[in-house]
Write a protein that binds this ligand. Structure first.
Ligand code: FAD
Ligand code: SF4
Length: 550
């Protein structure tokens, strides 16, 4: 049966459909119900439960929660560990230089912030949303946009029970059409539908290209003597060279938990670089390795994050809907924080949607939302740090750190000598041909402190129905061989944090193998493939990682 012969989809009508139950989507849902309890709101989430696909640091700036649900401070919210100590180091291969806190711009301070599992915070927000009457459908991916003319009128969830070859299995069920007066896209970094919307409505015209990083994270339970509740530690430098951007985070919270993570900026040039192996190597540095002795690694995962900031935020509104949270790119990179802006943007969009509904409008452009963000706390947060990422990219880590820091200081005082710097080319265009680069030799994992990809993916509890159409769509397989493999040396085998891509030599012919069932939905392949030849589309709902508390 081809798609045209499928039975018709059932449809449901709502005032507002929200795609994604992260902090942005849940904040929008809660705010809508707070303003206008009679509004019908539904949230679809591709994870098997709320939080299953949420991966963050996370040290959160409570400005978002304070405005959305101020009562959280008197409740049993999963926001319990206040930051007590804040350290920033520049690493060399065996040493570390700590930058005194007094030198750091005040906006970098973590005083008053909290260390959390963002997944747990989302679960808590989901309960609040449901208590207000929001319908939440976990296990359903929004796979298709619905249009009437040029206006978005909702989404359709993916069909279930289709085999790899397109045949209908016994469990075949058509997706649902969820129609709405307004649809908010809260898919996080590199959302699959948001990407289509940005393209179709030309939302990024006149903006700098969006920039990205890949963030890899492990959760450890450490020995009691290694645990320092409330300690927040960031580094830049080793093991990355001066021309490769990125850094680490290490947060002590909860019951002897340490969240350790490593971000590599995706404008790196050497196709031999492996962000996963850089992360493993980072943990062996004398500054941090001792933290993990006699500890237990309990979870692993990875996720892309947006880094373009102020210059790269697209137009947020189009007929029938809007982008919110990291789907819009509201991450503050030097602070490594985006969840507060995700919440604030969800609230801002909700206020504008509520006003539009009250005025009897539907399916038009929420221009007032787009007009409002630059003058809001989100705009102020991103404006002051707008030159940090371009300076790191142009000058390298050390000089970029120094000048970026100085620029953040002057911006704090209300001015900048540099104006607004541009980002240059998109991340997929930054790789050099393999012939121009040196292979990187990574040490073998020891299985105690450092690990391989497969044993790591195991800890992400990733699960996909194996017999389903590919969700990693290689548009032109010949191009993948002639360019990705022959020119760039097959970087997908190294940038994918889950070992999904392999080039296997068969009788002298390289064959591209895609182990799609391991995919942790980080979206890096969609961003970094040098020819933009890989398209990430949602697999069957509920597939992907099952992060317990990342
Ligand atoms: C490694 C790392 C460390 C970070 N550290 C911090 C930190 O310390 N502090 C901080 O404030 N921020 C941090 N951030 C950023 C922060 O996590 C994001 O800014 C925040 O999660 C963005 O929220 P969001 O709701 O926009 O998107 P997300 O949190 O990404 O949530 C999007 C949700 O939408 C769902 N979804 C996506 N597409 C679909 C679809 N088509 N159909 C159905 N559901 C869909 C996803 O499964 C997910 O649940 C970090 C990010 C990373 C990757
Ligand atoms: S296949 Fe792509 S989205 Fe999935 S884990 Fe690998 S790089 Fe990330």
């Amino acid at each position: 049966m081809n798609a045209a012969e499928f039975p018709a989809r059932e449809a449901m009508e709502f005032d507002v459909v929200i795609v994604g139950a992260g902090p942005a989507g849940l904040a929008a849902a809660i705010k809508l119900k707070q303003i206008a309890p009679e509004t019908s709101v539904v949230v679809v989430e591709k994870g098997s439960e709320v939080g299953a696909h949420i991966l963050s640091g996370a040290v959160i700036d409570p400005i978002g929660l304070d405005r959305l649900v101020p009562e959280w401070r008197n409740e049993e919210a999963p926001v319990r560990t206040e930051v007590t100590s804040d350290r920033f180091y520049v690493l060399g291969p065996s040493g570390a230089v700590r930058l005194p806190n007094i030198l750091l711009p005040p906006l970098m301070s973590n005083h008053g912030n909290f260390i959390v599992s963002l997944g747990d915070v989302c679960r808590h927000l989901a309960q609040k949303a449901e208590a207000l009457g929001v319908e939440i459908y976990p296990g359903f991916a929004a796979a298709e946009l619905l249009f009437e003319g040029n206006a978005v009128t909702g989404i359709a969830t993916g069909d279930m029970g289709i085999g790899k070859d397109g045949h209908h299995k016994a469990a075949f069920a058509r997706g649902m059409e969820l129609r709405a007066k307004y649809t908010l896209f809260a898919e996080g970094a590199r959302g699959s539908l948001s990407k289509i919307l940005i393209e179709r409505f030309g939302l990024a015209q006149g903006r700098q290209p969006q920039k990205y990083g890949i963030g890899l994270k492990e959760l450890w339970q450490v020995a009691p003597e290694k645990f320092h509740s409330g300690l927040v530690q960031h580094t830049m430098g080793w093991p990355l060279d001066n021309s490769t951007g990125g850094g680490s985070f290490l947060y002590h919270f909860g019951d002897r938990l340490v969240a350790v993570g490593f971000v590599v900026h995706l404008n790196y040039q050497n196709p031999y670089l492996s962000p996963f192996d850089e992360f493993q190597r980072f943990k062996t540095h004398p500054l941090v390795r001792d933290t993990f002795s006699n500890g237990k690694r309990i979870c692993y995962g990875a996720r892309a994050l947006t880094e373009g900031g102020w210059q790269s935020v697209p137009n947020l509104a189009f007929s029938g809907g809007a982008l919110i949270g990291c789907a819009a790119g509201f991450m503050n990179v030097p602070r490594i924080k985006g969840s507060h802006n995700a919440i604030l943007s969800g609230m801002l969009a909700a206020e504008n949607v509520a006003a539009a509904l009250q005025a009897g409008r539907a399916h038009d452009e929420l221009a007032s939302y787009d007009a409002a963000w630059r003058g809001s706390p989100i705009g102020r947060d991103l404006w002051r740090v707008r030159n940090a990422k371009p300076l790191w990219s142009k000058l390298g880590t050390l000089a970029g750190l120094a000048l970026g820091g100085a620029d953040m200081w002057t911006n704090t005082l209300g001015f900048s000598f540099l104006g607004t710097l541009s980002h240059g080319k998109p991340d997929y265009a930054s790789l050099k041909p393999a012939a121009d680069c040196r292979p990187v030799a990574y040490p073998k994992p020891d299985g105690k402190l450092t690990f391989d990809r497969l044993s790591s993916v195991y800890l992400s509890n990733t699960n996909h129905e194996e017999d389903q159409p590919a969700h990693l769509v290689v548009r032109d397989t010949a191009l993948q061989k002639s360019s990705e493999h022959d020119v760039y040396g097959g970087p997908s085998a190294r940038y994918c944090p889950a070992g999904v891509y392999e080039w296997v030599e068969e009788a002298g012919n390289p064959r591209y193998v895609i182990n799609a069932q391991n995919c942790v939905h980080c979206k890096t392949c969609d961003i970094k493939d040098p020819n933009q030849n890989i398209n990430w589309v949602p697999p069957e709902g509920a597939g992907g990682p099952n992060y317990p508390n990342m």
